[in-house]
Design a protein around this ligand. Structure first.
Ligand code: NAD
Ligand code: TYD
Length: 350
């Protein structure tokens, strides 16, 4: 039986990847390796936790000995590496956590595969999940391609860029069969409500201000999380060794236009008068070094591996809202406790 270690499987994107692989590949053993930080939540995987091909290992990737022990125990053939500190605002407040997990943690995993695979890489694969933010910030024109030079501008994107470079270095230096993808902003179920869309949904439900940084003119390219998981599936199985693939939704929105659309959807879903939720929009102090625009050219992935997103934003956004409204308990659980402390600290002085 083949075995794949998926790191960060209890997080937002990782949980969708774990679910997809557990359900689609019953003949593959899926080991979810996650430290369960504030962003990790096993509740995300309640529907697959009893599957015979699924197992959870609580491991911090900054702990090299613990990572090596798990690799020795399970002898994986493949790794899909999603574990990371993932929030730009937190990286501005505490860069070191990002250096430790995103850079050192990634190197620990790379080393663990070399040890476990004894530098015999036949049938093996190390897949590193990265972000479009490594490419920096676009002006009003242009798209990020796989050839765009790296120009990270936040501690988060700089730490992800470093990890991408190290993954490529292990390909060139040791011949480790790696593949990398850089994806645009994801949205969908299980998204932790410190990121824009779930934070706004939570605040609208609770009649709290929706904080918009600066003028709300920054542009992001949004992709439904299950479409990212389907791209990861295709790239893991068919992507070329040493290759990079950009993944995007071809779906650019300014933050303010997105929030107006979300308010409209929320008014409909909550039975509120049109325009009610938009009254909660509140402009607050901008993010330091706020990247203006991200937009992805994913034509290589479409052309070479035949991937297509399945949902438009007009379909995915109402679907996402429905999930949050139906999963009030999940939202209440993740926003109790330390979230309150984070939220107060992050927004009280803006
Ligand atoms: P997330 O913050 O929701 O989840 C991260 C997961 O990693 C959590 O389960 C957490 O417990 C785990 N983790 C964190 N530190 C760890 C450590 N030291 N050891 C073991 N586990 C640890 O993140 P996400 O949004 O699901 O992002 C997953 C990956 O995808 C990240 O690598 C991120 O850079 C990348 N990515 C995210 C987006 C996005 O829009 N969210 C877009 C492109 C790429
Ligand atoms: P975010 O969801 O944090 O993702 P990223 O910074 O990785 O793109 O933010 C998306 C956009 O929304 C970004 O331009 C910052 C902005 N934003 C706000 O305007 N208000 C908020 O409260 C948050 C969290 C983000």
């Amino acid at each position: 039986m083949r075995t794949i270690v998926i790191t960060g499987g209890a997080g937002f994107i990782g949980s969708h990847v774990v679910r997809r692989f557990v359900n689609r590949y019953p003949h593959i053993r899926i080991i979810n390796l996650d430290a369960l930080t504030y962003a990790g939540n096993l509740e995300n995987l309640a529907d697959v936790e009893n599957a015979s091909n699924y197992m959870f290992e609580k491991v911090d990737i900054t702990d090299a000995a613990a990572v090596n022990a798990v690799f020795a125990k399970h002898c994986p053939d493949g790794v899909i590496h999603l574990a990371a500190e993932s929030h730009v605002d937190r990286s501005i407040a505490d860069p070191m956590a990002f250096i430790r997990t995103n850079i050192e943690g990634t190197v620990n995993l790379l080393n663990a595969t070399r040890i476990a695979w004894k530098d015999n890489f036949e049938g093996k694969r190390f897949y590193h999940i990265s972000t479009d933010e490594v490419y920096g910030s676009l002006g009003e024109e242009g798209l990020f391609t796989e050839e765009t030079s790296y120009d990270p501008r936040s501690p988060y994107s700089a730490s992800k860029a470093s990890s991408d470079h190290l993954v490529r270095a292990y390909f060139h230096t040791y011949g480790l069969p790696v593949v990398i993808s850089n994806c645009s902003n994801n949205y969908g179920p299980n998204h932790f409500p410190e990121k824009l869309i779930p934070l706004a949904i939570n605040n609208i439900v609770n009649n709290r201000p929706i904080p918009i940084y600066g003028k709300g003119e920054n542009v992001r390219d949004w992709l439904y999380v299950e479409d990212h998981a389907s791209a990861i599936d295709v790239i893991f199985h068919k992507g070329g060794a040493g290759e990079t693939y950009n993944i995007g939704g071809n779906n650019e929105w300014t933050n303010i236009d997105l929030i107006h659309l979300l308010c409209k959807v929320m008014d409909e879903k909550l039975g509120r008068e049109p325009g009610t939720s938009a009254q909660l929009i509140t402009y607050v102090q901008d993010r330091a070094g706020h990247d203006l625009r991200y937009a992805i050219d994913s034509s290589k992935l479409k052309r070479e591996l035949g991937w297509q997103p399945s949902l438009t934003f007009e379909e995915g956004l109402p679907k996402t809202v429905d999930w949050y409204l139906a999963n009030e308990r999940w939202l209440n659980n993740v926003t109790s406790g330390s979230y309150q402390h984070y939220y107060t600290k992050q927004y009280q002085e803006r």
